[in-house]
Design a protein around this ligand. Structure first.
Ligand code: NAD
Ligand code: MG
Length: 365
């Protein structure tokens, strides 16, 4: 008989909304604590048509004896819509699920955000559990309580804060994740090292290959440390009034890249990789980051399989235009998150326009 090793437990401290993240291999099919997190006997698993054939059955089995149903949506960011939420709500109503029911997200960040919002709004809010299946979802979108869907006029524009009852991050499920998606998740992992955890950054320099090879120990450590960092930031600033914005390192440049490329060719994490390299260039120009440390940042981003620069076709003007409409821009200044050394970042609007332009010119024609 094989036994499942004990998972790592990480507590996210948010007062009465506190919850546990379980991290480790072999967690998907285990009944405890999943069943204990459900306030009632009814649960709806929300997943997509890529993940369902791989991982739905073990989750259903884990809850056998309860009234557990599933809804399988089409895969893709294009389906992160109010229309998909409506399908979830319709299913919940057809099933006559009451306010004690639970919505369980089984999938990447798209499913997590969508199912979380569906749970936040159904009968003014029902219980929610996350079973994230991408690295990005395990280290980022499943922590912090932001849920939502896209609107034709803007990404993530319709949503709510809704914390889960618990999160199960099974490292085994990452075995089937495409390499590009893996690297995209690692971008956010590197980000935590850069903004607030120099020791973790050094650990990543030593263990990036093990991580990309999906060695269970390396994965569990990196996921735990990433979630701990995000949880600390979120606990300090649940509603993003201050320090939570440092989580956007590389994202203002990255969003410009994603927008310019029509959210089609670049994955979010790839854009964040290039964005963090651009932010490091600017930080060095500000004398906030040494040339040696910038080289370390670039080396790690590259070894993670991520791009170090935006598409050559982009222009400085395009960047300035797209960055100015980014929701982080306030009061006329472009607000940026920049490194001050490795392991520390600040939110600043003190970057002179010509410094920013010089960095943009370095990366564009
Ligand atoms: P995703 O959910 O689209 O998943 C990426 C792809 O991998 C999909 O095709 C998916 O079906 C597939 N997949 C998922 N798990 C798999 C597995 N184990 N094996 C094989 N294939 C698998 O993308 P994502 O990167 O996980 O999440 C991106 C979304 O997360 C975006 O919508 C973004 O806005 C959101 N997000 C939210 C937050 C937050 O705080 N709520 C933070 C970051 C990102
Ligand atoms: Mg991100």
């Amino acid at each position: 008989m094989t036994t499942t090793p004990d998972p790592r437990h990480l507590q996210v401290d948010l007062g009465e909304r506190s919850y546990t993240i379980l991290i480790g291999p072999g967690q998907l099919g285990t009944r405890t604590p999943l069943a204990d997190w459900l306030p009632g006997r009814q649960a709806l698993v929300v997943t997509n048509d890529t993940i369902a054939p791989l991982y739905l059955q073990p989750v259903l089995d884990a809850l056998s004896g309860l009234q557990v149903e599933a809804i399988t949506l089409p895969d893709g960011e294009a389906h992160k819509t109010v229309a998909s939420c409506e399908r979830v709500w319709t299913r919940l109503l057809e099933l006559r699920f009451d306010r004690s029911c639970t919505v369980i997200a089984l999938g990447g960040g798209v499913i997590g955000d969508l199912a979380g919002f569906a749970a936040a709004a159904y009968q003014r809010g029902v219980a929610f559990v996350q079973i994230p299946t991408t690295l990005l979802a395990q280290v980022d979108s499943s922590v912090g309580g932001k849920t939502g869907v896209n609107h034709p006029l803007g990404k993530n524009m319709i949503g709510a804060f809704h914390q889960p009852r618990g999160v199960i991050a099974d490292t085994d499920v990452l075995a089937s994740l495409p390499a590009r998606e893996m690297s995209a998740g690692v971008a956010e992992v590197i980000k935590y090292g850069l903004i607030r955890d120099a020791d973790f950054f050094a650990w990543l320099e030593d263990n990036i290959d093990a991580l990309l090879a999906r060695e269970p120990e390396a994965l569990a450590y990196a996921i735990e440390r990433s979630c701990a960092n995000k949880a600390d930031v979120v606990a300090a600033d649940e509603r993003e009034q201050g320090v939570r914005a440092t989580l956007n390192l590389g994202h203002t440049f990255g969003h410009a890249i994603e927008t310019a490329t029509g959210y089609s060719t670049w994955l979010h994490g790839e854009a964040v990789g290039a964005g963090m390299a651009m932010a490091a260039h600017l930080a060095e120009a500000m004398d906030w980051l040494s040339a040696t440390d910038r080289a370390r940042v670039e080396a790690l981003i590259q070894r993670a399989g991520l791009p170090l620069a935006p598409p050559r076709s982009m222009t400085s003007e395009q960047f300035l235009q797209l960055m100015a409409v980014d929701k982080k821009a306030q009061g006329g200044h472009i607000r940026l998150v920049l490194q001050q050394g490795i392991g520390h970042a600040v939110v600043t609007d003190a970057v002179p326009d010509d410094r920013l332009r010089a960095t943009l010119n370095h990366y564009t024609d």
